[in-house]
Ligand binder design. Sequence first.
Ligand code: GLN
Length: 246
Amino acid sequence: MTATIVWVYPELLSIYADRGNVLVLERRATWRGRDVRVLPLRLGDELDPGTADMILLGGGQDRDQVLVAEELRRQAPRFREALADGAALLAVCGGYQLLGHRYLGHEGDEIPGMGLVDLETVAGTTRIIGNVLLESRDEAGTPRTVVGFENHAGRTTLGAGVTPLGRVVAGGGNNGRDGSEGCRAGRLIGTYVHGPLLPKNPWLADEVLRWGLARRGDDRPLEPLDDRAEQIAALRAGNLARGERR
Ligand code: GLN
C-alpha cells in the first residue's frame, strides 16, 4: 500500500526551495513507517489519476510557467479526476497561479490556467517580497498559523465562493489588498508561501499527508512526531514577519 507523491515538473516548477515540500512529506511518512514513493512528472508525461495520491506543484518564473501552462491545461481533466477520487494537491506560487483561469503577464500576455479553482492572477508592477504570517485553520477548524516567505509579481483574486487558506497577519498574501492568502478547496491547497512551506508548518504537512495516505486506503491516525525544532522555526519566522509588517 505505497502512496505516491507526484512532483509536477521539478525542473521548471520548484523555485525558492519548494522541493523541500516533497522531502518533508516523504520523511514524515517514513518516520511513521508508512510506504511512500516520489514520482517526478516531467514535460511530456501524463498524470495517472489512479496512482497520484499527493500532487505537488512548486513555484516558477513567468518564463517557466509559459513552458508548462499549455500542457498543464491539457491535463486538467486528469488532475480533476485524481482530486475527485480523494487525492491531495498542494500548489505553491507559480503552480498555485496556474490552478486558476489565467495569469495575465506584464505586457498583457495571457498564460492559460488549468481552471481547477475560480481564481485569476494579474502581474503587478512591483513584486511582493518578504516573510509572511497567516491566521489559518486546519480541516477540523482548529486555529493554526502559517509562516514562510513570499516573492511574486502576481496579484491573485479569488472567486466569490473560494475559501482562502488564511488571513494575512503580516505580508502581502494573494494581492496585497484584500488580506486573503492562498486558497483551500477540499483536499486542494494553493498558496504563495515558499520557505519551503511544509517544514515550518508541520500541521499542514500532516494534513496533506493524511489525505494522501487515506486516498491509498491507509486512514490510520498519524502518530505524533517530535516537532519541537519545527515549532521553534515557525515561531522565529512568525516574529520575523511581524517585525517586517508592511
Ligand atoms: N512568476 C510568478 C510571479 O512572479 C510566480 C513566482 C513564484 O513562483 N515565486 O508572480
